[in-house]
Write a protein that binds this ligand. Structure first.
Ligand SMILES: Cc1ncc(COP(=O)(O)O)c(C=O)c1O
Length: 395
């Protein structure tokens, strides 16, 4: 069946009616309505614009408060924070790391930077993240645990970790996933790049894995321009990540001695100053984004052939990017999705598809993968629509 079954004009009208003023809108723009100018100026005036500045410490302590995680280390991007997470969790070159096929390319890039091999997992249609049930069935077929270590029988390599990614802010079913990970001895590293402020069963994401990672890229709910963070409740791991993410320098008043190859991945204070002002506004950003999601849900309630994606029942999502889904029976190919993308973008409402599945990108096409029927279905059905917090005013 083709796009004939969907009235794309009604899709455009639904988006227009959900946005106050109905004006053209970008997909996700930052809002700088707080203390951003003041803190960045204070940082410049202090002269401490780089890694040793006070704003980095302040930003980290705010992140700890916001997420409830014991240690937060601010880094220069989410990608490098993920790389650092893999290093401190002792993933070795040649190990396989399970990641969703449906994710932003950075998840796979970080795995490759650590010398590891991405191994792709299918998604769940209710969360858009890794499906713990399908993963468990798959591991039962291809993996075995030898002396506490998970080995891929087909490649002979260790499967060392799993990286659940909370897609567009919607949490993976973490309890089910943690159970599978424990059964197979897998380290869990949460890619929470998109999900700051989202809750799984009333607990902040970032508290479930051994390590979690956030991104503060300009398109995220809170931005530092560019930046990321590594979160962990493990004291030793935090200490090691701090050591390696600087220059692995031994403490001394004037001598330069380094005992490992450091990465210099820390976030500069100038970016952290922006981040402090942004984090102060997180509650208001979350309120606005959830209001916008409600407006879309209402607007799409009677548009036939398309559903607004609603957070899973166990979650309170930050709705980082809102999504609509073409009905399954109308999405045997990409034509309905593409007709919607064309109509929305033509009308000035920036819309985009889900990422091309990572297993089809040239640098990852030879990596191991399970069958991906659900991820492929999501790719055919999903369209992201304008989601900036600034599109609505709190009531
Ligand atoms: C799922 C996911 N992982 C990782 C990243 C990497 O973050 P960054 O762009 O800060 O390197 C991003 C965002 O950009 C992301 O969406």
């Amino acid at each position: 069946m083709s796009d004939q079954a969907i009235d794309v004009g009604r899709v455009v009208e639904a988006v227009r009616s959900a946005l106050p003023g109905g004006r053209p809108a970008a997909l996700h723009e930052p809002s700088f309505g707080g203390h951003e100018w003041q803190y960045v100026k204070e940082c410049l005036d202090s002269g401490w614009v780089s890694y040793a500045g006070e704003y980095v410490n302040r930003f980290e302590s705010m992140l700890q408060d916001v997420t409830g995680v014991k240690h937060a280390l601010a880094m220069s991007s989410g990608t490098v924070a993920l790389h650092m997470a893999l290093v401190v969790c002792d993933l070795k070159p040649g190990d396989e790391v399970l990641i969703p096929a449906l994710t932003f390319v950075a998840t796979a890039n970080a795995v490759a930077h650590a010398g590891c091999i991405p191994h792709f997992v299918d998604s769940d249609i209710g969360t858009l993240g890794i499906s713990p049930g399908r993963l468990e069935e798959y591991l039962a077929k291809i993996a075995e645990v030898e002396g506490g270590m998970c080995v891929n029988r087909q490649t002979g390599r260790r499967i060392g970790a799993i990286v659940p990614m909370h897609t567009f802010g919607h949490p993976v079913d973490m309890h089910a996933l943690m159970r599978v990970a424990a059964k197979y001895g897998l380290v869990v590293i949460e890619d929470a790049a998109e999900s700051l402020g989202s809750l799984y069963e009333n607990q902040d994401l970032g508290n479930f894995g051994r390590v979690a990672v956030l991104s503060f890229n300009g398109n995220k709910i809170v931005t530092t321009g560019g930046g990321g963070a590594l979160l962990t409740n493990d004291d030793e791991l935090a200490k090691r990540a701090k050591h390696l993410s600087t220059t692995a320098k031994l403490p001394h008043k004037w001598e330069f001695r380094h005992d490992e190859i450091g990465y210099n991945y820390r976030m500069p204070s100038l970016n952290a100053a922006l981040g402090c002002a942004q984090l102060e506004q997180l509650p208001s950003f979350l309120e606005r984004k959830r209001m916008l999601a409600k407006r879309y849900q209402h607007a799409f309630a009677d548009v036939s052939g398309v559903d607004f994606f609603v957070e899973p029942s166990f979650a309170r999502s930050n709705y980082w990017l809102n999504a609509i889904m073409v009905r399954r029976e109308l999405a045997h190919d990409f034509s309905a999705r593409d007709a919607i993308l064309q109509a929305l973008n033509d009308a000035g409402f920036m819309a985009r598809p889900a990422w091309t599945l990572i297993n089809r990108l040239p640098m990852f096409e030879d990596c191991p993968t399970m069958d991906l029927p659900v991820a492929e279905e999501i790719e055919r059905r999903l369209v992201n629509i304008p989601s900036s917090a600034g599109l609505v005013e709190p009531e």
